[in-house]
Structures are given as C-alpha cells and as structure tokens.
Write a protein that binds this ligand. Structure first.
Ligand SMILES: [Zn+2]
Length: 71
C-alpha cells in the first residue's frame, strides 16, 4: 500500500463525507490525535492518528514540503 504523507494544513478527503455535504477537511493539529476541520461548515473533530489514517481517503491539497525535510 502506498504511504500517506500528510502535513499540517493539508486538505484531505475522508471515506465518509461530513453530513453538511462537503468532503474536504483541513488538518489543523497534528499529534497523537489529529484535529481536522470541515471546509464546508468549519466544524472540527479530533480523532486518533490511527483512526485518521484508516478513514482518510486521499490528500486533495498538499502544503509545500519543508526544505529541511527532503528525502
Ligand atoms: Zn461540514
């Protein structure tokens, strides 16, 4: 499986869209738990990282990679 590389500020699509009808979530906090905010209604939810990775479908918009994080 391809590894998902996500960063703070990225816009991601989840497997389930938000009840408001929008499926674009911005990552606003990265830690053991991840907080994402619905781009449609600004509702935010906090979910454990493992669960986030299971529920995230794809990254829609990636923030620019940090220059000091090149592989
Ligand atoms: Zn929403």
């Amino acid at each position: 499986m391809e590894e998902k590389q996500y960063n703070l500020g990225d816009i991601v699509e989840m497997k389930k869209q938000h009840p408001c009808g929008v499926n674009e979530w911005k990552i606003i906090r990265l830690g053991a738990d991840i907080r994402i905010k619905c781009e449609g209604c600004q509702h935010s939810v906090m979910i454990p990282r493992r669960e986030f990775e299971k529920k995230m479908k794809k990254i829609l918009v990636q923030v620019k990679p940090q220059p000091n994080e090149q592989n």
